[in-house]
Write a protein that binds this ligand. Sequence first.
Ligand SMILES: *Cc1c(COP(=O)(O)O)cnc(C)c1O
Length: 369
Amino acid sequence: MKVPVNEPLISKEAKQYVQEAMDTGWLSAAGPCVQKFEEMFAEYIGVKHAIFVTSGTAALHLALSTLDLKAGDEVIVPDFTMIGSIFPIMYTGATPIFIDVEPDTFNIDVMQLESKITDKTKAIMPVHIYGHSCDMDPVMEIAQKYNIAVVEDAAEVHGGTYNGKRCGSIGTINAFSFYGNKIITTGEGGMVCTNDDALATRARSLKDLAHSPEKRFLHTELAFNYRATNLQAAVGLGQMENIDMFLERKRSMAQKYNTLLADIKGITLPTTKDYAENVYWMYALLVNDKLGMTRDELCIKLKEKGVDTRDFFLPCHSQPAVQNVFPSTETFPVSEDIANRGFYLPSGIAITDEQIEYVSDVLHDIANA
Ligand SMILES: *Cc1c(COP(=O)(O)O)cnc(C)c1O
């Protein structure tokens, strides 16, 4: 059997809306699905404003751009995340200030947060890794105390909650991704979410070349074209109509893996904190000493049996693209450790019970061999 790491499920509604969009001739960003998708997403997440853009990276850049960051400003960001969290900080000219993560949730370690704040800190970017919320109350309290913004990177957590509030609705201005492997996909795409009217207006303007409100084709500031198309929004609308079913499938996948893998001593299963509703974007595991082999050895054996996996992200501070601009010898023990030991199993919304059972059987065979 071959089990891909992530197979999406494209709903019949998405196909139907795309067909309708094609039939009406509305392909560009000016089409009617864009506003409908933004409204539906805003309502679901529980924010006043949602602004549809071309990618998660663009959404983070747009969100950060509304905060008027400049060279020398600092943005605190976890060392363990996808590089798509970091590059947007660098685009603004600001400096990413890395912070280590918790060993169990892989999210920003709030105990270390206050020690990272300086008079140059302009924003904190908590990243909700693999579908599990960060501990947001301490983040928001510290941000308020020092009067700095919070930009949630919610690219991996559509529908996940923190103490009942949806991730992506808590920070000052927040971002989602709709890349092909995300819980809601539009192929490529992203969303900026905020409750702040002024920041939303600014984001809408910067997204679309900052045409002056008084006079079209008059531009008073440097801006971007981050407009996503009506066809992408049509896909998003159809997928959003199915989000509850998608999340149910994610949860039952995780429950099944949790039950089937519980007796394997050599791997550490995902944790879920009381404050979080985990949406298991990816079912993420750590290899520990008891397995008797490394993560890389295990994943090669899994691959030989047709089970596709992905390694964890590499620590961002050590990425050449970051070191070239911000050389540093600082170390981040947790991030560096989990990057070596972590991987995720096939976790797509389309995964079947038979596939999960097969993956579990293969893992048992390897662990007991
Ligand atoms: C996917 C992802 C991004 C980037 O989103 P793109 O749509 O691929 O640009 C940013 N941050 C995190 C945590 C992600 O998982």
